[in-house]
Design a protein around this ligand. Structure first.
Ligand SMILES: *Cc1c(COP(=O)(O)O)cnc(C)c1O
Length: 388
């Protein structure tokens, strides 16, 4: 049987990942920085697929990968397209499989003595019964002003001293020192100057303790794009790869387009209640479309009353509350029918809302939207072939 229809999609909501956009963004950012680019692909590549983002970013000039757990590192290691690519994992649980990391050459960031000991122990286990001498490749992580991950400045001398001791025992090699800035999206914030000073002092202290790190890294996307003083030889870039610039200084390409199916269409009279809690009362006879995506799929409930979609070539408002699995859009005078796809957001080229629109409606940041898509949303990877 010959069908003229498009192939049926497996689920009602589909997110399309444009790998050319990721490669383009990586290339553009690489052209603005000095040194090596680490592609940060934590949180499933910011919701875009860790391996997908990694492969596309490597094509655009990234040469190593960053994640926040050894589980994420393990998933990347099992992808043959990424064979041999250096990986750094920070924020590791103290009971992580550091023996595996040592055996695989996966680098780990360490911010306290407990983790340092755990990594040393992992190296000993990795060596047990083997001839090859695994060495733990460690980055020491210094807190430069966020009181979050990273070693407090007061504990830093001791951490450096103990790391050096482990080096002299042949267990570790401190290959890097990292810091992370809390206000880099605002170039003028004095906290940035302070962070840079703390980092420099931390590097000096580490060298004073006998360490000889070859990778110094402080910048994420925002500082990479706005502050060359932070290009210390390695920049950790995540958001920028998928088209999000926290500094709002650079035009990047959005890599994600979220669509969902129009599963039903109906006409209602004036006065009809729409959705939970009388979220909207029809002021006139309306044509309504039911879209099969809801807050369980990552559509923030907070956009109610503001959110829009692109349907039948025009922007239309979401009516009433977002439900768990569905939302209602105004289709009055819109040439759209059951089975059509509605675009929630994308790059904006076709008139669809952008991620920035959604972040504004939901009063959040774009990163929360892309990382919040639910498990039911099918990810489709596309490449349009050649862009620059
Ligand atoms: C997530 C993360 C990054 C990447 O930040 P972006 O702003 O997404 O580029 C860099 N460094 C650390 C420590 C991170 O946790």
């Amino acid at each position: 049987m010959i069908s003229t229809h498009q192939p049926r999609q497996a689920t009602a909501a589909v997110v399309e990942i444009d790998t050319d956009a990721i490669t383009h963004n990586a290339r553009l950012i690489a052209s603005r920085m000095r040194g090596t680019m680490m592609a940060v692909v934590k949180a499933h590549g910011y919701g875009h697929g860790a391996s997908t983002v990694a492969v596309a970013a490597l094509a655009g000039g990234a040469t190593c990968l960053g994640v926040t757990s050894l589980e994420e590192a393990r998933a990347l290691r099992s992808d043959e397209r990424l064979a041999g690519v250096p990986i750094l994992s920070w924020l590791n649980r103290v009971d992580s499989d550091f023996a595996w990391a040592a055996a695989e050459g996966v680098e780990v960031a360490v911010a306290d003595l407990e983790h340092l000991r755990a990594v040393e122990e992992g190296v000993r286990i990795a060596r047990f019964g083997r001839t090859g001498a695994a060495v733990g490749r460690v980055h020491l992580h210094l807190d430069v002003g966020m009181s979050r991950d990273g070693c407090a400045t007061s504990s830093w001398p001791r951490l450096c001293y103990e790391a050096r001791r482990a080096e002299l025992q042949g267990l570790l090699r401190v290959v890097g020192i990292m810091g992370h800035m809390g206000c880099a999206a605002r170039l003028e914030d004095p906290a940035n100057t302070r962070a840079k000073e703390l980092f420099s002092a931390g590097v000096l202290a580490a060298r004073g303790a006998g360490l000889a790190p070859i990778m110094l890294h402080l910048a994420a996307t925002a500082a990479t794009l706005t502050d060359p003083e932070c290009h210390l030889g390695l920049c950790r870039v995540g958001a920028g790869l998928v088209g999000i610039d926290p500094s709002h200084t650079t035009r990047l390409r959005t890599a994600m387009t979220l669509r969902a199916l129009l599963v039903a269409v109906r006409e209602v009279e004036a006065g009809a209640l729409i959705g939970y809690d009388h979220g909207y009362v029809a002021s006139h006879p309306m044509r309504l479309g039911l879209v099969a995506i809801g807050y369980a799929d990552g559509v923030p409930r907070s956009v109610a009353g503001r959110g829009e979609v692109l349907v039948g070539g025009v922007r239309r408002k979401i009516m009433g509350a977002i439900s768990m699995d569905q939302l209602v859009v105004d289709l009055t005078e819109v040439p759209a029918a059951m089975g059509d796809l509605v675009t929630l957001f994308g790059p904006g080229d076709g008139g669809e809302p952008t991620l920035a629109d959604w972040a504004g409606w939901a009063q959040t940041i774009e990163l929360e939207i892309v990382t919040g898509l639910g498990a039911r949303v099918t990810r489709v990877v596309s490449s349009h072939g050649g862009d620059c």
